[in-house]
Design a protein around this ligand. Structure first.
Ligand code: ATP
Ligand code: MG
Length: 196
């Protein structure tokens, strides 16, 4: 008799982490009765290479700051420490090795889910985790070309926030208060991130 835990995995660039990420993770945690949600900041993201992603340590620390107050949230360094481009299959393999007796639930927004078919080793992904696609303003949540039963689509409170918009606002001198957690606002300012 094993005590299987239900573990959510929220991958992202988190450059910076914002309240859209946090609300989505919180909603999935509650609806799927997850014991824990692990946020996994990417290493050098292959889809975004060359576009000037912030240093992994900054993205990691902002994710730690943003999640610290939630007892069900934690942050993993697997993708950062592996180095090189991040593939979701590697993320899930590493976490499956770490939690061999538990069930993994990979949480992804509508935009990322629609790219899922372009991911490497896509068949393998569905054997390693159950996928949960969440709604995101501006994107259609559509799973019609995904294998039946491997993906759940759920609605989460709409937060029309993106990291891109947060970076653009900082660069333009506009506030990001209430779009990202207070500690993240302060970290961005302290480290001088997203200045043009
Ligand atoms: P960028 O603009 O740099 O792409 P982003 O806001 O899309 O940043 P990511 O780190 O790329 O953030 O996203 C990580 C995951 O969180 C993805 O699965 C994405 O779909 C999801 N996500 C991001 N923002 C939201 C949001 N506002 N609501 C729901 N899901 C979101
Ligand atoms: Mg994105």
């Amino acid at each position: 008799m094993t005590d299987k835990r239900r573990i959510g995995v929220m991958g992202g660039t988190f450059d910076p982490i914002h309240h859209g990420h946090l609300v989505a993770a919180s909603e999935v945690q509650a609806k799927f009765e997850l014991d824990e949600v692990i946020f996994v900041p990417t290493g050098q993201p292959w889809q975004k290479s060359g576009s000037g992603v912030s240093p992994a340590e900054d993205r990691y620390l902002m994710t730690v700051i943003a999640t610290a107050s939630n007892p069900r949230f934690s942050v993993s360094r697997v993708d950062i420490d592996r180095g090189g481009p991040t593939y979701t299959a590697d993320t899930l393999s590493d976490l499956a090795d770490r939690f061999p007796d538990d069930d993994l639930f990979f949480i992804t927004g509508a935009d990322a889910l629609s790219q899922i078919v372009s991911w490497k080793r896509v068949d393998e992904l569905f054997t390693k985790a159950h996928f949960i696609g969440v709604t995101r303003p501006g994107f259609r949540l559509d799973g019609h070309h995904l294998p039946q039963g491997s993906v759940s689509l759920i609605e989460v409170p709409a937060m029309a926030i993106s990291s891109t918009a947060c970076r653009d606002r900082v660069c333009a001198g506009l506030p990001v208060w209430y779009l990202v957690p207070d500690g993240v606002v302060q970290y961005i300012s302290k480290r001088g991130l997203y200045q043009c």
